[in-house]
Design a protein around this ligand. Structure first.
Ligand code: FMN
Length: 219
């Protein structure tokens, strides 16, 4: 599947069927995680066959069912944007491998979650992984003018980048980001709110895939 199709096909999935991740899928995910950690200095870990972090309990926002696999996203402090950027790279790799996902900052059992933090590191959040009961549904999408200075006549790559960013997951689907362009320099800014710097990393990864990195540089 092409990357645009992967971005369109990815939706948050919170209910999973009782099927373990197969060995080749785990190897492919681990290879992507290793590459991301080597590039970024993050310490992202894949936890498999562990039911406790999402054991159903309180009926709150984002109820999960049958989740036994997840990414624990750990890294040095101050790496919110890298958390989003590299986490989404792994999420889209999972999508390519037929594995559904959901970013989770709040509605998991923090005390039961596995994964290690070294000195100076913190756990940012987790990403639930598994084979979904369904593939989820498209989120409500803001308009291009809500999130950017795009105007008619601007380059196609700029529009494609913003459209890809609008497909990205953001906390509570807040889509609080903004793109501005000056020639081939693009500035991406996070709005005010919870997790908006993590969201920014996620949407920047989508923007790069949509626009093509050869067309622009980040301002
Ligand atoms: C940083 C971040 C934190 C999130 N935290 C939670 C959460 O705690 N619980 C939950 O059920 N969903 C959580 N989500 C999933 C969002 O609600 C979801 O991505 C958004 O509504 C858009 O829907 P989509 O992923 O299907 O496109 C989070 C997403 C992001 C990016």
């Amino acid at each position: 599947m092409k990357t645009l199709e992967l971005m369109k096909a990815r939706h948050s999935v919170r209910h999973f069927i009782d099927r373990p991740l197969d060995a080749e899928t785990i190897d492919a995910l681990q290879a992507e995680i290793d590459a991301c950690n080597a590039e970024s200095g993050m310490h992202i870990q894949l936890i498999t066959d562990e039911p406790e972090a999402f054991h159903a309990g309180k009926p709150t926002y984002g109820q999960f069912k049958g989740c036994r696999n997840y990414l624990t996203i750990v890294g040095p402090k101050g790496k919110d944007e890298e958390t989003g950027y590299y986490g989404e790279r792994i999420v889209l790799k999972a999508q390519e491998l037929g594995v559904n996902s959901c970013w989770v900052a709040l509605t998991y059992r923090k005390g039961k979650t596995q994964g290690v933090e070294s000195n100076g590191e913190k756990r940012y959040l987790v990403v639930a992984l598994g084979y979904g009961e369904t593939d989820g549904a498209t989120h409500k999408i803001k308009s291009i003018s809500d999130v950017s200075d795009y105007k008619t006549g601007d380059p196609d790559w700029y529009k494609a980048g913003i459209e890809a960013a609008l497909l990205a997951p953001t906390a509570m689907n807040q889509q609080k980001f903004r793109f501005e362009r000056n020639g081939n320099k693009v500035k991406a800014k996070a709005g005010m709110g919870f997790y908006t710097n993590i969201d920014l990393g996620i949407v920047k990864y989508h923007f790069e895939l949509g626009a093509g990195k050869e067309h622009f540089t980040w301002a």
